[in-house]
Design a protein around this ligand. Structure first.
Ligand code: FES
Length: 115
């Protein structure tokens, strides 16, 4: 198995509990979430149509899409409520000396970026 490549994302101090922040890792838009269950990294683009999830809402571990209201679990990317049917890719996250680092899921499908 290929070794995971962690890239620096942001300072842990910039992501208080209950907040989310988007960042770009190797050209991919990733959403970092700090919940009471810990730190999580998922894709920042909804799997239903095209929407940036950082423009939605984080309620506990539930992430609500701003466009049609799909709800995802940021802990495992699972769809909790449609209309989305495909889970969000989940990426690896670690903290090194106060810095959040992300390793992209090598199995994640290509992401369409429209900025
Ligand atoms: S684009 Fe997210 S629910 Fe439709």
């Amino acid at each position: 198995m290929a070794e995971l490549r962690f890239e620096p994302a942001l300072a842990l101090a910039d992501l208080p509990r209950g907040k989310m922040r988007a960042c770009t890792i190797e050209g991919r838009s990733v959403l970092l979430c700090h919940t009471k269950d810990g730190l999580h990294a998922v894709d920042n683009i909804c799997t239903h149509a095209w929407a940036r999830l950082d423009e939605g809402w984080l309620r506990g571990h539930k992430l609500v899409c701003p466009l049609h209201g799909a709800v995802f679990d940021v802990r495992d990317g699972k769809v909790l409520k449609g209309p989305a049917t495909v889970r969000l890719p989940v990426h690896r996250l670690r903290v090194v000396e106060g810095c959040l680092e992300v390793a992209l899921d090598p199995a994640a499908p290509p992401q369409e970026i429209e900025f």
